[in-house]
Design a protein around this ligand. Structure first.
Ligand code: ZN
Length: 106
């Protein structure tokens, strides 16, 4: 049986072990009273940020990025969290993000 798979479908968490890059870190205009607490430290703040982590991959000789996660929190917390996960396989990093969320939501 022949199966056609396009490039994005091949970008599976389990198959890619390239380290993550911080693709974006941008301030969000609403504060955490509306959006919920920081996903890293679980406390509220007035200046909150959204961090996009992405996996680099080669396609037609160019480096492209597949967005993998959106994490919300204080700038400092997000940067520290990124330092912890940047050199581990992406699948493992996603796992830590999920665990972090589960801890917060009980
Ligand atoms: Zn925080």
């Amino acid at each position: 049986m022949q199966v056609d798979i396009d490039i994005m479908e091949q970008m599976d968490f389990e198959e890619i072990s390239a380290p993550l890059v911080m693709q974006k870190l941008k301030g969000v205009r609403r504060n955490s009273a509306e959006l919920g607490p920081c996903e890293v430290c679980a406390s509220h703040g007035s200046e909150m940020f959204l961090m996009v982590l992405a996996e680099p991959f080669e396609h037609d000789g160019e480096t492209k990025f597949a967005e993998r996660s959106y994490t919300f929190g204080h700038e400092k917390c997000l940067r520290e969290f990124y330092e912890q996960v940047r050199n581990i396989p992406a699948a493992q990093a996603m796992e830590s993000i999920n665990l972090m969320r589960q801890r917060q939501h009980g």
